[in-house]
Design a protein around this ligand. Structure first.
Ligand SMILES: Nc1nc2c(ncn2[C@@H]2O[C@H](COP(=O)(O)OP(=O)(O)OP(=O)(O)O)[C@@H](O)[C@H]2O)c(=O)[nH]1
Ligand SMILES: [Mg+2]
Length: 316
């Protein structure tokens, strides 16, 4: 996604950065790798078929690593049915996890340089929405885009100030209005973007728990306004999930998916979390693609989610 306007030198520099990017990713994911892969493969040794007791241990370890009960049971049953030996466990898990993610098909955040691109960012309180918006805005601006942030969290005190601080850090513009209704603000933002030739609009929204009916209804209203004004624009609705919350993310994703038709997932706070297994759970159960991961609090700490890199970082 972030590959526009690059010359050959940029590409070479990027290759080097990607290499160090992989080292960073590996270190960010080290706790998840330990809980999801190493704990399983290191504790079961020898060259024999995995026995009943070991299967039980594996199931417990996978559940603990936030893979979810159903998926953990499914994997353990396969180990049994396919008569996997302990020495083959690592390769077996690698193959299973790759299939769940469908690694053949990388899915990037959509962007069309000839269109207006609108990103609606939703999620529960404190998931990391506003931070993600700041990081994303910075990346888009650095690639030569004209970016407008929209202070659609009109609910929490100081939320607009927080977005304004990010807009300054990222050197992009912001639309904020006192006492605005978030749906009408989104409406005006799209008009403004077309008039002033912004090609990227990123809309912040208030954090809302998935069980709060009124707030979810408000989100539907914002989305409907955007759909009415779409007129050929590219739209991504990004659900931000806190990667340190593990399986909680699954129930959140389900509700948000039904309410506003999520098109991509961003997992934040993967740095230091051992619960990255949630990515498999979401891919398997909800068929929703993770497209971005947050790996720290700084403006640069956002990266495209590459399925291949993720698998390699867990296993290599
Ligand atoms: N370690 C780490 N912290 C993060 C990351 N993303 C966000 N945070 C922190 O998480 C906290 C909440 O982030 P916000 O961006 O304010 O979350 P929000 O979803 O906008 O919160 P509300 O507006 O209250 O719903 C802040 O302290 C961020 O610095 C990340 O990738 N890694
Ligand atoms: Mg916020």
């Amino acid at each position: 996604m972030f590959n526009f306007f690059k010359n050959k030198n940029d590409v070479n520099r990027e290759k080097i950065q990607n290499n160090s990017g992989f080292v960073v990713l590996k270190s960010v994911l080290s706790k998840t790798a330990n809980s999801l892969v190493n704990s399983v493969t290191n504790s079961i040794t020898g060259d024999k078929f995995v026995d009943e007791f070991e299967l039980e241990d594996i199931e417990t370890m996978l559940i603990k690593a936030d893979l979810g009960v159903d998926l953990s049971v499914e994997i353990v049953n396969k180990i049994k049915d396919e008569k996997v030996k302990s020495s083959q466990l690592r390769d077996f898990l690698r193959k299973e996890f790759s299939e769940i993610l469908n690694v053949e098909k990388e899915e990037k955040l959509s962007f069309d340089k000839d269109k207006l691109n609108i990103y609606l960012v939703v999620g529960v309180n404190g998931a990391g929405k506003t931070t993600l918006i700041g990081k994303l805005a910075n990346k888009f601006r650095a690639c030569g885009n004209k970016v407008l942030l929209v202070a659609g969290d009109t609910f929490r005190a100081a939320a607009e100030e927080q977005l304004e601080i990010w807009s300054k850090r990222a050197h992009v513009d912001i639309l904020r209005e006192d006492k605005a209704d978030s749906a009408s603000l989104a409406f005006r933002a799209i008009d403004l973007a077309r008039k002033e030739k912004y090609n990227v609009v990123i809309i912040d929204t208030a954090g809302r728990l998935q069980n709060k009916f009124n707030l979810i209804e408000e989100l539907k209203k914002i989305k409907n306004v955007i759909l009415k004004k779409l007129d050929g624009a590219n739209l991504e609705t990004i659900l931000v999930l806190d990667g340190s919350q593990g399986q909680n993310g699954l129930s959140q994703a389900l509700v948000f998916k039904e309410a506003v038709d999520i098109t991509s997932i961003a997992i934040t706070k993967l740095d230091g979390s051992a619960k990255g297994g949630i990515i498999f759970s979401i891919a398997k159960n909800l068929k929703l693609p993770t497209k971005l991961i947050g790996i720290g609090e700084g403006i640069e700490d956002l990266t495209d989610f590459s399925k291949n890199d993720f698998i390699n970082a867990l296993f290599d």
